[in-house]
Ligand binder design. Structure first.
Ligand SMILES: NC(=O)C1=CN([C@@H]2O[C@H](COP(=O)(O)OP(=O)(O)OC[C@H]3O[C@@H](n4cnc5c(N)ncnc54)[C@H](OP(=O)(O)O)[C@@H]3O)[C@@H](O)[C@H]2O)C=CC1
Ligand SMILES: CC(C)CCC[C@@H](C)[C@H]1CC=C2C3=C(CC[C@@]21C)[C@@]1(C)CC[C@H](O)C(C)(C)[C@@H]1CC3
Length: 536
């Protein structure tokens, strides 16, 4: 029978998962079977913590307000363990962390370390409360804006002269959106993908450790699935239906995404502990619905987030592109698709097949590791990706753009350079996160952090802080160039992607700053640029 050190109702300090920061928490429950305490943080987040991640509040001292408010001073006085040395072994870093946390309350020098942790922890709670209402407003805005924007784009692409100034676009009658057959096809497509996903072929990969240290298993059989889809398409299904029913297929997918999000929201109300993401628990229905609260919603072994992100939308994207190539030949009376259409198809196919081939790498991306699964991702995966990432191919069906051979060669070179940077940098980080002592990575310099994880500071991740985004942006440029410069619409992906990646980078920077504290500052001082060397 385990001893129960803290009682229900006790106010103690609880470690924020994945960091060395302690927050004030109230003990709600103790589960003798798992030896885990259920605690609630001041912002309402409920989590399960091990006893070793909890301390008596009396052992902590806080700095005076004036001192903690001075960022300059804070920087100069920081004694965080992560700053002290640069070591080559992540195990050393883990040892430093453990020492700092477990002994911190007794010696005065170590007290300073804990005070530094507390100092960082106080600000996010205060600002979280202040920013709450603005977050809720933003959620309402995005819930309305995202579907309206997709509709706007889909209605523009068929126009002879698509333009932002065509606003509001001529709206079709309401019944034009609804087509039971289109809904049937969307459902069949998702079920077909689900069937391929559960087939016992391909690898079973482990995700990154959850807060409890447990690792979930994922079936990563994307390569087999892409071959199965290619074979099915080869059997001669008439895909031009997709071009002629694009609006109805978009509306049907939107309906599925909304139903899925409602289901995800409802089930997240019953999830607890490590099943939950750290966001999406504000209590505001719109915000939580949009953001999603459950981290890895699963029906038995079927992982809904992983499946939606990697299968129906992503493979659907290639299928739609291919359908557009057939529609172009039909509409323009061609024997073969145009060079522009071939380039757009091949480039994006390479992107998707690469994603499926390296499916395991997605397990270390932000969406899979940290974000809850709610409307944003469900809509993103099932509507946004297949129906807006295909706009370049759709545009070319009725807006031909002739490319000379030198132009083709230049665009292909750009795509390959982008792809090389994207793949190499993603694989490097993924390999390092999976096995930091991989001998193939032993030449890379690292910065140990107080969490036990280290940061790569040479190799691709020493060039800029997001080399993978740089490669991705170069590829995006290569996808738009074949469409020419007559309209802004085929450049939409490039513009959206710059905004998305700059925003993601900022979000990731503050998340990493929270997680790694001064080790992250040191990384940022060493690697000065975010995405483009010497520019940004
Ligand atoms: N086509 C599309 O629509 C989109 C494509 N993408 C692509 O998906 C890929 C994944 O992107 P995303 O998930 O945003 O971000 P990343 O794959 O860049 O993941 C960021 C995480 O990597 C870890 N990390 C950061 N710096 C270092 C370092 N120096 N050493 C070791 N680990 C580090 C941190 O996590 P931790 O320390 O916790 O491991 C950080 O939170 C990218 O290639 C991106 O371009 C992304 C969004 C949309
Ligand atoms: C609706 C919102 C405005 C934005 C939603 C964003 C999502 C569409 C993207 C978030 C991260 C994504 C990734 C890919 C597709 C787009 C989304 C879901 C990705 C699967 C594409 C293929 C790549 O190879 C990848 C690296 C596996 C990508 C991972 C991130």
């Amino acid at each position: 029978m385990p001893t129960v050190r803290y009682q229900n109702g006790d106010m103690v300090m609880g470690r924020w998962p994945g960091s060395n920061l302690y927050y004030e928490v109230k003990v709600l429950d103790f589960d003798a079977k798992s030896s885990l305490y259920t605690v609630i943080y001041k912002d309402g987040t409920e989590l399960e913590l091990k006893e070793q991640d909890m301390k008596n509040a009396s052992g902590f001292q806080t700095r005076s307000r004036s001192r903690s408010r001075s960022p300059g001073r804070r920087r100069s006085q920081s004694r965080s363990p992560a700053r002290t040395t640069r070591r080559s072994s992540s195990r050393m870093a883990a040892a430093v962390t453990t020492a700092a946390i477990t002994d911190g309350v007794t010696s005065s020098r170590k007290d300073t370390r804990l005070k530094d942790s507390l100092e960082i922890r106080l600000s996010p709670l205060v600002s979280a409360t202040a920013a709450f209402s603005s977050y809720c407003l933003r959620a309402y805005f995005w819930l309305l804006f995202l579907p309206a924007w997709v509709l706007f784009l889909v209605l523009q692409v068929n126009l002879e002269d698509p333009s932002l100034t065509n606003f509001p676009p001529p709206l079709p009658a309401l019944e034009a959106f609804w087509d039971a057959q289109a809904l049937g096809f969307v459902i069949l497509w998702i079920l077909f993908q689900a069937l391929l996903y559960i087939l016992p072929v391909g690898k079973l990969s482990e995700g990154v450790p959850l807060r409890s240290g447990k690792k979930l298993k994922y079936r990563t059989n994307g390569e087999a699935v892409s071959l199965a889809v290619a074979a099915a398409v080869h059997q001669g299904v008439d895909l031009t239906y997709i071009h002629s029913h694009f609006l109805q297929l978009t509306a049907a997918s939107f309906l599925v995404a909304v139903l899925l999000s409602v289901y995800l929201y409802v089930r997240s109300q019953y999830a607890a502990g490590e099943q939950l993401a750290l966001g999406g628990s504000s209590g505001n229905v719109a915000y939580d619905f949009f953001k999603g609260h459950e981290l890895n919603p699963r029906i038995k072994e079927f992982d809904l987030k992983f499946f939606c992100e990697m299968r129906p939308g992503l493979i659907g994207w290639c299928l739609i592109n291919f359908a557009m190539a057939l529609a172009e030949m039909k509409q323009q009376g061609l024997d073969a698709p145009s060079y522009s259409m071939i380039l757009v198809n091949l480039f994006q196919l390479l992107y998707v097949v690469d994603g499926l081939w390296n499916e395991e790498a997605i397990l270390t991306t932000m969406d899979l590791m940290h974000d809850g699964f709610g409307f944003m991702l469900a809509f993103g995966d099932l509507v946004w990706v297949p129906f807006t990432y295909t706009l370049q191919a759709y545009y070319l069906v009725s807006h031909p753009n002739h490319l000379s051979l030198p132009a083709v060669a230049a665009i292909v070179t750009l795509k390959l350079v982008g792809f090389y940077i994207f793949r190499k940098s993603n694989s490097e980080k993924n390999a390092f996160r999976r096995n930091p002592s991989d001998p193939k990575l032993s030449h890379l310099q690292i910065i140990p952090t107080a969490t036990g994880k280290s940061l790569l500071v040479s190799g691709w991740w020493g060039v800029v802080r997001h080399p993978n985004y740089l490669g991705d942006l170069l590829m995006a440029l290569a996808w738009s160039l074949p469409c020419g410069f007559s309209h802004l619409l085929p450049w939409y992906y490039m513009i959206y992607f710059i905004i998305l990646l700059v925003h993601r980078d900022a979000r990731d920077m503050s998340e990493c700053r929270r997680k790694y504290g001064s080790a992250w500052d040191e990384y940022c001082r060493t690697v000065r640029y975010r995405i483009i060397p010497r520019v940004y």
